[in-house]
Ligand binder design. Structure first.
Ligand code: HMH
Length: 185
């Protein structure tokens, strides 16, 4: 069950189309604007999580917050290049994901840390599946599969306890699938 969800969230027609260079511009641009909204929500969530994190988690989480601020800058540059307006209303999948992040606030800190690890691990694996030396979007794929990001995901993995928190793993993965689906809808 969880294996099937991991696969659904990391092997998606959206990612295949990015790899093959067949993704429609409007689909990619819609996804990009929604992901920028998600990253802003994630930064807010991660900042709240940092505030209640145990000592050994503080450094990784704080570094991740800085990386998310840089990521928002990077989205602005990419959006401007592509002529994408980032001030867009959040679509249903983005709103539902934000609500999950807010619910994680009232869960035990180790459950929330596990949720965060899934959020980042699934993204790394998903973009790895879109890798191709010929895709016109390879700059994006390379950005989200960079070694520094993989090291961050590993560091979060040291803090996560997915074997204890299967429900939150499944919930995050379900929202990830819905997020990719949104771009193709
Ligand atoms: C939907 N999941 C989604 N967007 C992201 N940017 C990440 C995870 C990783 O930060």
């Amino acid at each position: 069950m969880l294996d099937a969800l991991w696969t659904a969230a990391t092997r998606h027609p959206f990612l295949d189309a990015v790899r093959d260079g067949t993704i429609a511009d409007d689909a990619f641009n819609r996804w990009l604007a929604q992901d920028a909204l998600f990253v802003a929500d994630l930064l807010a969530f991660q900042s709240r999580l940092l505030a209640r994190a145990p000592r050994p988690a503080q450094g990784v989480l704080a570094g991740g917050c800085v990386a998310l601020v840089d990521e928002l800058d990077w989205f602005e540059v990419q959006a401007a290049r592509r002529g994408v307006e980032l001030e867009q209303p959040a679509l249903a999948a983005t709103i539902a994901y934000r609500e999950l992040l807010e619910r994680l606030d009232s869960m035990p800190v180790d459950v929330a840390l596990t949720g965060l690890w899934v959020i980042e691990k699934v993204y790394l694996d998903a973009w790895s599946s879109a890798a191709s030396s010929t895709s016109p979007l390879r700059e994006f794929v390379e950005h989200w599969t960079a070694p520094g990001f993989a090291a961050y995901v590993d560091a979060l993995g040291e803090l996560a306890t997915p074997e204890c928190d299967g429900d939150v793993v499944a919930e995050v993965l379900t929202h990830e699938v819905a997020f990719w689906d949104m771009a193709l809808a």
